[in-house]
Ligand binder design. Sequence first.
Ligand code: SAM
Ligand code: SF4
Length: 324
Amino acid sequence: MLDGCGRSIDYLRISVTDRCNLRCAYCMPEQGVKWVDHHEILSYEEILRLVELAASLGVRRVRLTGGEPLVRRGLSGLAAGIKAIPGIQWLGLTTNGVLLEKQLPALLEARLDGVNISLDALDRARYAAITRRDELPAALAGLEAALAAPGLTVKVNCVPTGDNTDQWVPLARLARTWRVDVRFIELMPIGLGAGLSGAAQGTVLAALEGAFGPAALCPPSPGGGPGRYVRFDGFTGRVGFISAMSHPFCAGCNRVRLTAGGFFKTCLQYGDGADLRALLRAGAGDDAIRSAMAAAIRAKPAAHHFGTGPTPSDEGRNMNQIGG
Ligand code: SAM
Ligand code: SF4
């Protein structure tokens, strides 16, 4: 369906858990994480019902995220259920990759279409410092397994900061050899990210051009997301930038989100949306839930206001609850 600004909303990101096996500095505190209570997390049955209703409003693409989605048991069952919903044409997963190698066969069986693997460093010590866990070998095993899966779209996501400056070139180099797009996602001032500073697209691109030569701009892919891609000479895959801060893409935003606690979010920055868990658990019928979703979509904010300071309507959740 169209939102109040005439944007077609067809993409739903679902955070299936706020729990995670890593503690990336810009996403989760090292200690003292207050988890959402188990009974406050949507069950898979509740998620499937909401995806069905979202599909009836025009959602065609779904992404599972977290926290770390692979720490929640039985994720492949949810994936299969989502793929079986009429109207859903594509299902993706965003993961840190640590548990991916083992779970990939079941996810492929469930007809997963794409996987994005978050990787902020290829150096083991640097990875451990950023994620506060020594899990690089497992994450790389996950990436290798994904690259070996025929037909699976694979992307690598890196948040460039002052902590991984010397890793940008090695990470981008993955796209030279492998059929993988490597994307640099500007740090956004959400949750713990608000207290940190990231590197802007221009800084990263300059570093990559210094290593690989001039970048050729790729044409935008039809129906593609916010990523803008370039190609370096001799590369198999592309290098992308998702630059909410320096190159905002709100005018073309096609997405809505479901938090681990069942809140339907229409813009990453704002707390606005609809409490679908409350409706589900109050026994609301399909029409009432669909209407709440549609009203939230119609009221989707026109744009974020990152960089202009906080407002009372800003999101208070951390990124692990929202899903990125
Ligand atoms: N655990 C999974 C992972 O890391 O891929 C899925 C959830 S994680 C919240 C999804 C994505 O959000 C990751 O690529 C992560 O780097 C990114 N992210 C987290 N906090 C961010 C922030 N403040 N700004 C930009 N990206 C952020
Ligand atoms: Fe976990 Fe992903 Fe957040 Fe890192 S970015 S702490 S892997 S949820």
